[in-house]
Design a protein around this ligand. Structure first.
Ligand code: ZN
Length: 246
């Protein structure tokens, strides 16, 4: 099976559209590590697409926040404003779908998907120290996660944790070969709001038969996504940050 794995779409339809156009024909099923909505201007288009196309998805903190399942005190002002705006926009069907999203870890074939980390859906796995702790709790050798909006991840080696950083951004490294009996925590990066200083939409394709993970970074119509955010009356910073990928 070839899986297109996406995460942190954040209501950015233009970014998702680019991902789907470039990866068309290269996958058999779509999986999502959470945060379909929040920040961007197209929560219904993204959720409609997820309902029709995604075979397994876990909830993210912004998904919870946009359907009243999260204490918004934990959110900064712009994230809180976007969550409240999203809650008003979602159709009843889409709100019900998001409210029913499962908490990770969610098993898929022989691997798992989570939003934050295997033990806590809200935990950020941003460095090798945090990953070392998380590797103690994994139930599968291969786990895909999101939440940090940083493409790459971590490999458990005998001598310590190996960091996979900006795999597509550096280019030319080719696909990552998944070795048997080696634990991996891998992040496709964020489709809709990357934060690794690269504004391009991020995703990955995992080919389980070939044991290969291919990371992608894709240009998209960023100006259109920004324009929609501004026209919707969402905080301007949410449009501005898309251009710098932070
Ligand atoms: Zn997110």
């Amino acid at each position: 099976m070839r899986y297109l794995i996406v995460s942190d779409l954040h209501s950015n339809w233009e970014a998702l559209d680019a991902v789907l156009q470039v990866t068309a024909g290269r996958y058999d099923a779509v999986l999502c590590c959470g945060d379909l909505v929040g920040y961007g201007a197209d929560p219904n288009a993204i959720t409609d697409w997820a309902r029709a196309n995604v075979v397994a998805v876990v909830r993210g903190n912004h998904d919870r926040a946009s359907v009243g399942l999260e204490d918004l005190e934990w959110f900064n002002a712009s994230a809180r404003a976007a969550a409240l705006w999203t809650e008003r926009q979602l159709t009843p069907e889409n709100a019900a779908y998001i409210r029913a999203l499962p908490r990770g870890p969610l098993p898929v074939a022989s691997f798992e998907i989570v939003h934050g980390s295997p033990m806590d859906e809200d935990e950020y796995l941003a460095d090798s120290f945090e990953a070392t702790a998380a590797f103690q709790y994994v139930n599968a050798l291969l786990v895909f996660f999101g939440h940090t909006h940083l493409q790459g991840g971590f490999i458990w080696r005998r001598h310590g944790v190996e960091v996979v950083s900006n795999p597509a951004w550096q280019g030319g490294t080719g696909p990552l070969r998944i070795e048997p009996e080696v634990p991996y925590l891998l992040n496709p990066g964020s489709v809709g709001q990357p934060r690794d200083n690269d504004p391009r939409a991020a995703c990955l394709v995992y080919d389980s038969a070939e044991a290969l993970v291919t990371f992608y970074r894709l240009e998209y119509d960023l100006a259109k996504a920004q324009d929609k955010i501004r026209r919707a009356g969402l905080p301007a910073v949410l449009a501005d940050r898309l251009a710098v990928g932070r």
